[in-house]
Design a protein around this ligand. Sequence first.
Ligand code: GN1
Ligand code: MG
Length: 363
Amino acid sequence: MAQMHEIVAKFAIKGTVKDVNPLGNGLINTTYRVVTEEADAPDYVLQNVNNAIFPDVDLLMHNIVAVTGHIRKKLEAAGTKDLERKVLTFVPLRDDAKKYYYFDGEKYWRIMVFIKDTVTKSAVTPESSYIVGETFGDFQASLADIPVELGETIVDFHNIEFRLRQLDEAVKADPVGRVKLVRPLLDEIEKRAQKMSLGEQLHREGKLPKRICHCDTKVDNILFDKDGSVLCVIDLDTVMPSFVFSDYGDFLRSAANFVAEDDPHYEQVGFNMAIFKAFTEGYLKSARVFLTPVEIENLPYAAALFPYMQLVRFLMDYINGDTYFKTQYPEHNLVRATNQYYLLKSVEEHTPEMQAFIAEQLA
Ligand code: GN1
Ligand code: MG
């Protein structure tokens, strides 16, 4: 870990480094906890940003610093208590207070303050889903007036037409001979391709705006306090302009599945309407003021779009020989894709019920 200590030393942190230990289970970046000696110095989170996935780390850190700074200002203005635990704080370099990442010639590094006594979850209750819905509505609302323009950290990240084209290319190339194993799933994807491209079509017709969204609203990307209340949203690499569907749909994809996204017990996969209802109620409470009728009307579409998109992405990675998502065993991406397919089917079955619930909320 000697090399880690040298990297940490580049940043303007307080205190003396005692230890650097692995932390968390993200599929993309690698994360460490930096433990400091002194009681009055915070611990830190050191992260190596995956440059293969995020090609423009400069733009990415510019987005993140703008977003966290904007949220912090609003929390301050509102007199929020316990502010340090409600927004991430990134640390600049010791010799350049304007720069928030360090390139060691090979890898990109950044450091943020470690927030103490937090709980992360991969499952939520209806009660916490309501609060999370409200949180993401607030997150989008509070970024609506950010005074700088944000870039796309991954171009076309949640563009389903683009993802389908990528899948097509993977199938044509078939680099590791796996296409023959996934024909039925490819057929299921193809059947729905037109319908699932609705968001992009509406956008082309000028009927659907892009707003600043989080774009990775999994339950594990929220820090909760010990009492279950939401502290803050983390993992901001994908904060960028997108359809509000991204945050709404991607949260439901992870939270309203009865099982984890890589659970191979497909008969247990399903869309949890209690979570859907609580989350939607909370989301509409804070987001109603800025959502357009087209956005609201298509929330059930968003609930289907994200299992669909993740099915496409996991399957594409399986076909490509597991080059994108970290995997623990050879069929991991196929299991994930199949799981998402069953979730999609369950969402589709619940569409009329979702529509009725949303209409009821607005009445
Ligand atoms: C990735 O790294 P992690 O787990 O937060 C991915 C998301 C997927 C998610 C699926 C940049 O997020 O889009 O929904 O895995 N992030 C990127 O678990 O591709
Ligand atoms: Mg993430």
